[in-house]
Structure formats: structure tokens, C-alpha cells
Design a protein around this ligand. Structure first.
Ligand code: ZN
Ligand code: ZN
Length: 210
């Protein structure tokens, strides 16, 4: 019987922690991307270090996105009795995983409001399946639901009043510390360049970092 040839092709990637080049099997890479991985590390040590310094990457490393954009994104780490994912955020904060995902995509959440699933799957963290339970069913609620279904548009059109979302603040932090100029980032994200500097130096958005 003829054996199926096992794909052995490798590709080169840059480690998200130490920036070294390393090889990864193509099929492993494709599988991880399908699961939603954005950061790749050359070794276990870099992975541990990388995830420790970046809670957002650590969060997504525990999520399986195999079901695709509209499917349920499953929390693969610890869960509570009711099946809701549990995530240790920055500064020792404890989060429900779906609530943290909502926070990353929509910003600060009113402490009195619950984040609910439209898919009735407690371990799901797909922001498209999450909405705030305001306790009110009105037109405003409907329009908010529509908005929550999409990822925030990449800001770029200059709008001095545009508010940053946590994921954007994290991107700015990485890019500014990676050497991109504050004024360029300020234009791109539609915020003051002082804001970029403050994010770069961890003076604001402290909730994102340990
Ligand atoms: Zn490395
Ligand atoms: Zn879901």
C-alpha cells in the first residue's frame, strides 16, 4: 500500500519575543493560524516570556478559532463551574474570558452590566457572539447589537476625538517601542502624539500590562 507522503516543508518566521529567525513546519503554521495564533515563538522559553509580557497575546493563545470568523471561539484553558472561561489579567485581575474579549474589542465595560452570549455557549469568546445586557430592549439596544458584531474599523481617517480600544493601545505600544514615530502613529490612530508617547511609556492604559 502506498503511504501518503507527510508534508515536511518548513518556512522561516521571526520569533515574536527574541526576533530571531526560526523554521516551522508549514502544516503546523497553517494549523496554528487557523486556530487564531498571531504570535509565533522560536522556543518554549521565548513563548513563556512573550506571553508573560503581553497579556493580550496570552489571552488569544488560549483561544481556539478553528470554527472561523462567525463560529464559536472556544476557551481552551480553565473554566468555572458553569463553563465560563477564566483569565488572569494584568495586575492580578480576574476576568471571565468572554468579558475580557468584549473589553478588548469594545473598551471599558460598565461594572453593573453583564456580557451575554447570543450563542448560548459559555466558553465562547467570539466578540460577534457577545453583547451587553442592558436590561432594556429598545432601539438603542438593537443598534448597539449590530455594532458589537463587528471588529472596530481600523482608525486611520483623522478624527481627533476617536477613542482607542484596548487592542489598538496594545498595537500602538508595540509599534512605538518598535521604533515607529509618535507623530506617524498619532495620525494613523487619530489621537494626539502625546497620547502615543504616554502609551509607549506605559503611563496610560495600565490595565493592559502587568
Ligand atoms: Zn525566540
Ligand atoms: Zn459563540
Amino acid at each position: 500500500m502506498k503511504r501518503m507522503p507527510r508534508e515536511k516543508k518548513s518556512m522561516s518566521l521571526v520569533c515574536a519575543y527574541c526576533n530571531c529567525d526560526f523554521l516551522i513546519r508549514e502544516y503546523v503554521y497553517r494549523k496554528r493560524v487557523k486556530q487564531g495564533n498571531k504570535n509565533f515563538y522560536c522556543c518554549t522559553t521565548c513563548r513563556v516570556n512573550g506571553l508573560r509580557t503581553d497579556p493580550v497575546a496570552r489571552f488569544w493563545s488560549k483561544v481556539d478559532k478553528t470554527a472561523g470568523d462567525d463560529g464559536c471561539w472556544l476557551w481552551t484553558a480553565g473554566k468555572d463551574r458553569d463553563g465560563y472561561g477564566e483569565f488572569s489579567g494584568p495586575n492580578g485581575s480576574d476576568w471571565s474570558a468572554h468579558r475580557y474579549s468584549y473589553f478588548l474589542h469594545n473598551g471599558e465595560i460598565d461594572k453593573n452590566l453583564m456580557v451575554c452570549h447570543s450563542c448560548d455557549n459559555p466558553s465562547c469568546v467570539n466578540p460577534k457572539h457577545l453583547s451587553l445586557n442592558t436590561g432594556l430592549y429598545n432601539q438603542g439596544d438593537m443598534s448597539r447589537k449590530g455594532r458589537h458584531g463587528t471588529r472596530p474599523a481600523k482608525p486611520g481617517h483623522s478624527n481627533a476625538k476617536s477613542k482607542l480600544l484596548p487592542e489598538q493601545a496594545m498595537e500602538i505600544y508595540k509599534r512605538a517601542n518598535g521604533g515607529e514615530s509618535a507623530s506617524k502613529l498619532a495620525r494613523e490612530y487619530g489621537v494626539a502624539h502625546q497620547t502615543i508617547g504616554a502609551i509607549r511609556d506605559k503611563k496610560i492604559w495600565k490595565v493592559l500590562w502587568e
